[in-house]
Write a protein that binds this ligand. Structure first.
Ligand code: EPU
Length: 425
């Protein structure tokens, strides 16, 4: 018998008050992985306490990278000998484990990294990561479920790498691999998500000349050695967006602090479309919701487009809207595992290909629901904030991968939410 956590949430009226945003999971993961490249200890600040971060630190520890956490700061030390194998047991818990591929090739000259496999909403390939390593001169094969890669004699060599599809992960991996390669690398059609820019800024601050940060073409001049500088992780734009959705769906008034409004333009526009009043400060966003929300349409797209990681939470909002909303996911065309669960709460959502058509209903009613991925869990909690009666969200370990103390943060602004232990399958 396994004991796992569930979250119980009850519709409890408007949320009011202030919520402080934690460091970004998706920015922290590649930056922490970069520690493999350093021969001196690296200190990273504002690292959120999340299950995915622990998974990565466990993987890094297995590779020989020691880490110590002091509050929000993690100091990593990769000065000792490193191993080059990332086993299935750890990689299967988190796809971002593939980030070790580039730095291991750069530092150790070889890597054996389990293929991450699929996830709840589709195959999620890593072909672009492999292509990038091959362009830098590595020999790569897939053997018994592992990506097996070897750098050429003398180490990775700078190259031009052109991504057909904009990929956050492949751009980060390529950056991590090429920053200590011989010569210059050009990344074409690089992803420009804030998390990618932040990794590039970190590497640049540590002495790697990188031109074009924030644009789709990055020029990187490889250096022999990186010199660590303490670096803070940027605020989590998806956590901020999730709390804004929670303010909107409850007709509440939340001030989301310690965030970067400029990273959330597309989400803020959609919230305005939904009838919310949005005020931005330098590092804060105030959202006042009005009920019922107006219907709205979104189509996910690479940054600065609407983020796929906010699609599920906005579907929860649309489900109590005053008209028909359409939510299309072009990044992950199958990322709709939350649809059936929102329907259990009374939503009227029908899928037409990769578009969810959401029609108005009188309101949501609490039920037992099951989360099958991180953002789906967040959407179910957001929906539970307005559902009549109790919503019981099981498999909460998904939410712990990416939201720091979510129930405490929500409780502090008036939500009726608690975590309970229950017997798992
Ligand atoms: N793709 C390929 N081949 C590859 C890599 C990606 O075809 O080798 C495709 C994907 O299938 C997808 C598109 O490219 O259609 C974009 O995927 P991307 O590589 O950008 O996604 P990722 O790096 O695997 C990161 C985030 C995800 C987020 C996506 C999109 C991390 C650790 N993960 O994933 O975050 O949804 O970018 O923005 O940064 C989450 O936090 O809940 C989450 C899933």
């Amino acid at each position: 018998m396994v004991v796992i956590d569930a979250i119980l949430v009850k519709g409890n009226g408007p949320l009011r008050g202030e919520v402080a945003i934690s460091g970004s999971k998706n920015a922290a993961l590649p930056i922490l992985t970069a520690a493999i490249l350093f021969r001196d200890p690296v200190s990273i600040d504002n690292v959120p306490e999340l299950r995915d971060i622990t998974t990565l630190l466990n993987l890094l520890s297995l590779l020989g990278v020691r880490s110590v956490r002091r509050g929000k700061r993690i100091v990593l030390d990769a000065s000792g000998p490193l191993s080059h194998e990332a086993p299935y047991d750890l990689v299967r818990k988190m796809r971002a484990s593939i980030y070790v591929l580039g730095p291991l090739l750069a530092r150790v000259g070889e890597a054996r990294v389990s293929l991450p496999g699929g996830c709840a909403w589709g195959p999620r390939p890593v072909d672009l990561h492999i292509m990038a390593m091959e362009k830098l001169g590595a020999e790569v094969s897939v053997d018994h479920g592992y990506v097996v890669a070897k750098s050429p004699p003398g180490g990775l060599r700078g190259a031009t790498i052109s991504f057909g599809t904009s990929s956050v992960g492949a751009t980060c991996n390529a950056l991590l691999a090429c920053v200590t390669a011989k010569g210059e690398t050009t990344l074409e059609n690089a992803a420009i998500e804030p998390e990618v820019d932040s990794l590039a800024e970190f590497l640049a601050a540590c002495g790697a000349p990188i031109d074009g940060i924030g644009t789709r073409t990055l020029h990187v001049r490889g250096v022999d050695r990186l010199r660590p500088v303490p670096f803070p992780v940027i605020p989590d734009r998806i956590e901020a967006g999730t709390f804004l959705a929670a303010a909107a769906i409850t007709g509440g008034d939340l001030n989301v602090t310690g965030c970067r409004p400029d990273h959330l333009d597309a989400v803020l526009q959609t919230l305005r479309d939904a009838g919310c009043e949005i005020e931005t400060g330098k590092n804060s966003i105030r959202c006042r919701g009005s009920l019922p929300p107006k219907s709205f349409d979104i189509t996910t797209a690479p940054y600065p487009g609407f983020p796929t990681d906010m699609q599920a939470q906005m579907m929860a909002l649309a489900s109590i809207g005053d008209g028909v909303s359409r939510l299309t996911d072009t990044i992950y065309t199958d990322r709709f595992t939350h649809v059936a669960e929102l329907v259990r709460l009374g939503a009227d959502v029908r899928l037409e290909g990769n578009t969810a058509v959401v029609r108005p209903v009188g309101g949501l009613s609490g039920a037992r629901v099951m989360a099958s991925d991180l953002r789906a869990s967040a959407a179910l909690i957001v929906a539970g904030l307005v559902a009549k009666g109790q919503t019981h969200v099981s498999r909460v370990y998904h939410i712990d991968r990416g939201y720091e103390r979510i129930e405490e943060k929500l409780r502090n602004v008036g939500a009726s939410i608690e975590r309970v232990r229950e017997e798992g399958p």
